[in-house]
Design a binder for this molecule. Structure first.
Ligand SMILES: Cc1cc2nc3c(=O)[nH]c(=O)nc-3n(C[C@H](O)[C@H](O)[C@H](O)COP(=O)(O)OP(=O)(O)OC[C@H]3O[C@@H](n4cnc5c(N)ncnc54)[C@H](O)[C@@H]3O)c2cc1C
Ligand code: FES
Length: 266
């Protein structure tokens, strides 16, 4: 085995975590609460690589950490049923266990922000969950948090109330069935504040918009998705190109999933 892989495997943390609770919070969207020692090491913006408890599915499924409770060693994940793997996760209930690898990825850089700073959070659809822990941690430090969320329609709206505990929240829906009609750009273009940092996670179109709008911002971050296999930097299934380079690439699982705007090709 190549020495880099060996080193990586040595550092990988695997744990059988306990399912504390599971609830359907919106149609086909579930909130899963897991408990285990791994919570100690978790940071906002990282993800867990979950083994599907069915031998027919070999690849793990990556799901972002939505909130972290180190005191009770619990974390929350929020996911939408997309296919077979997530459908099987949705059948888990209290007392079941889940084979978890993680926490994976770099997470959001929340350093050096305090009550003198103001940040913008931008989330879309099932990309909203990892922003909850960001909002919670920054609010504790007195940072002013403004959040703009975009959803397809009223049924898809999640975490509005939870995020509103930490600052002002604007909600947009594509069809206008809830909040402001349109996408997040309708709100963002009219915000006249200067933001010290921008944290975002959402569908590819939204990530392209944030990347372009805040391209040169020194602290604007995108949390990106990519199809993954190993989830730990070894297989290069998840790579993105770097601007103006034919040879350098970035692995979403290991170098990301959080990247500064302007640093990867979307
Ligand atoms: C870093 C990261 C964080 C994520 N966080 C969340 C989250 O918090 N909540 C949530 O609902 N979803 C999240 N996703 C997407 C989630 O991983 C997929 O929806 C899930 O893997 C689908 O699995 P499935 O078996 O239900 O679907 P299937 O379509 O049957 O999956 C088939 C294969 O494709 C892969 N795949 C399918 N869609 C995606 C996708 N969008 N991204 C990566 N791999 C995919 C699966 O992992 C699996 O290997 C995240 C993806 C990444 C990369
Ligand atoms: S999924 Fe294997 S390197 Fe990222």
């Amino acid at each position: 085995m190549n020495p880099t892989c060996k080193k990586r495997l040595g550092a990988i943390r695997l744990e059988t975590m306990k399912v504390v609770a599971q609830e359907e919070i919106a149609p086909k969207i579930f909130e899963l609460v897991l408990e285990g020692e791994m919570v100690e090491a978790m940071r906002a913006g990282q993800f867990l690589h979950l083994r599907v408890p069915d031998d027919a599915h070999l690849l793990r499924r990556p799901i972002s950490i939505s909130s972290i409770d180190k005191v009770n060693k619990q974390c929350h994940l929020i996911y939408r049923i997309e296919g077979a793997g997530t459908a099987i996760f949705s059948t888990l209930s209290q007392g079941d266990t889940l084979d978890v690898m993680g926490p994976q990825g770099n997470g959001f850089d929340l350093s050096d922000l305090d009550e003198q700073n103001q940040v913008l959070l931008v989330g879309g659809g099932i990309g909203v969950p990892p922003l909850l822990e960001v909002a919670k941690e920054l609010h504790v430090r007195g940072v002013k948090v403004v959040t703009v969320l975009g959803f397809a329609n009223k049924d898809a709206v999640i975490l509005e109330t939870e995020l509103a505990q930490y600052g002002q929240v604007f909600v947009t829906t594509d069809d206008g069935s809830y909040g402001i009609k349109g996408n997040v750009s309708v709100v963002i273009k009219d915000l006249d504040s200067q933001f010290d940092a921008v944290y975002s996670c959402g569908a590819p179109g939204m990530m392209k918009y944030i990347n372009q709008t805040f391209y040169d911002h020194p602290r604007a971050y995108l949390s990106l998705e990519s199809r993954m296999a190993c989830g730990m930097g070894a297989c290069y299934a998840c790579v993105l190109k770097v601007p103006e380079s034919e040879t350098v690439s970035q692995r979403v699982c290991e170098d990301g999933p959080v990247f500064r705007t302007g640093t990867v090709v979307l």
